[in-house]
Ligand binder design. Structure first.
Ligand code: PLP
Length: 396
């Protein structure tokens, strides 16, 4: 078959998440969906907030002439201004519409930024465990992904990151709240990252961007607030979406925002707008841009996710599973009770529990639970986890 050898290789090494999802489909046909505990996908189970539905209805009832036409590749000025206003209030920095490009989700925002900054052979540091698509996105634009592990508690290891920076490093991707660990980076560690990078930029004489991937920014627990990367790292770019906070992953709406402190911000914006166009996205969906402009302070009910986190965290730790307590997103990333995480995931599958091995995130020895699913399914899964723990000799 005449497809690219490289893509053929990527497809055959298909993502664990997909593999487990397909296994779930098979099991659901046999046992029925209420008896299959599918923790594989980060697809929010909540509906978008009422304010979204109201705005959608209003727009349908009172359409604006020309609202389905092409627009500036950066997106509507009003929407970019609405985003900029929030960022300015959060950071005290002079954000305006010229710092924001509306995109088809965070995935597109990452591709737009990477295409804008990478020359072939440039390096991008990613921190393991990581969101699996980063490697493909970096490769899309001729970059080389360099994996750097986080600490045992999945925090930033500043020395390790510093050791990986070379004259070819163009960017470091961070993700907080994190998929798959749920960890939130604190302000001090982000400031330390900023100081370290500034030192490296002087040493090598080039810019090293921090791309802060933040689709879970509003899904944060225990009264924590997410420190803004813009106040910690000079050359910072936020890529994000409303896939999770407004539960709109199918609508493909997000943005990339660049720090006003970046010296050649205008040139970077020009590049990003050009890449949004030439990657074929053209512009972010028009309807969604109109809607999210007025929803920047809205989100789904975070308490619903916190409750699910607590049910799973409390029950699994009492069965003997070891994990860092997540402070955000909707994932748990426990240690695999068996040395081989794939073997463990297969053992769980026999109890109709579907998980993703840590190997899929560059972190063998762990597994991921996505708990953005129906609470009743989580409650129904608890006896199955208990039976699994007993089978593995874990029950205390
Ligand atoms: N980044 C992380 C860490 C994610 O978990 C996801 C989706 O799950 C994305 C980016 C992409 O999200 P989207 O393109 O839907 O905004």
């Amino acid at each position: 078959m005449a497809i690219s050898k490289k893509i053929e290789k990527s497809i055959t090494g298909a993502s664990w998440i997909r593999k487990m999802f397909e296994e779930g489909e098979r099991l659901r046909k046999i046992y029925g969906s209420e008896k299959v505990y599918d923790f594989t996908l980060g697809n929010p189970d909540l509906e978008p907030p009422a304010a979204f539905k109201e705005a959608l209805k209003e727009l349908a009832l009172r359409p604006v002439p020309g609202m389905h036409r092409y627009m500036s590749n950066a997106g509507y000025t009003d929407t970019r201004l609405a985003v900029a206003k929030v960022l300015a209030a959060q950071t005290g920095l002079p954000f305006d519409e010229n710092h924001v490009v509306m995109t088809c989700g965070a995935g597109a925002a990452l591709n737009v930024v990477l295409k804008s900054i990478l020359d072939p052979g440039d390096e991008v540091i990613i921190l393991s465990p990581f969101f699996v698509e980063y490697k493909f996105y970096i490769d899309n634009h001729g970059g080389i992904a360099k994996e750097v592990p986080t600490t045992k508690e999945f925090k930033l290891d500043i020395n390790a990151i510093s050791g990986a920076i070379t004259s070819r490093t163009k960017a470091i991707i961070i993700n907080s709240p994190n998929n798959p660990t749920g960890v939130v980076y604190d302000e001090e560690s982000l400031k330390e990252l900023g100081r370290m990078i500034a030192g490296m930029e002087s040493k090598f004489g080039n810019q090293v961007f921090v791309l802060s991937d933040e689709p879970y920014a509003k899904i944060i627990y225990d009264s924590l607030t997410l420190p803004s990367i813009f106040n910690c790292v000079k050359n910072s770019i936020v890529v994000t979406s409303h896939s999770k906070d407004l539960a709109l992953p199918g609508e493909r709406i997000g943005y990339a925002a660049i720090s006003p402190l970046i010296e050649n911000a205008g040139l970077l914006m020009d590049a990003m707008v050009f890449c949004n166009r030439t990657l074929g996205f053209v512009n972010a969906p028009a309807l969604m841009q109109r809607l999210v402009a007025g929803l920047q302070h809205e989100s789904v009910d975070i308490e619903r996710y916190r409750e699910k986190r607590d049910i799973l965290y409390n029950n699994l730790t009492s069965l003997g599973f070891k994990m860092v307590k997540p402070q955000g997103a909707f994932y748990l990333f426990p240690e695999s009770p068996l040395p081989d995480d794939v073997e463990f995931v297969m053992a769980a599958q026999k109890h109709n529990i579907l998980l993703v091995p840590g190997s899929g995130f560059g972190a063998p020895g762990y597994f991921r639970i996505a708990y953005c699913i129906d609470k009743q399914v989580i409650l129904n899964s608890l006896p199955a986890f208990k039976a699994l723990a007993a089978e593995l000799g874990m029950t205390r």
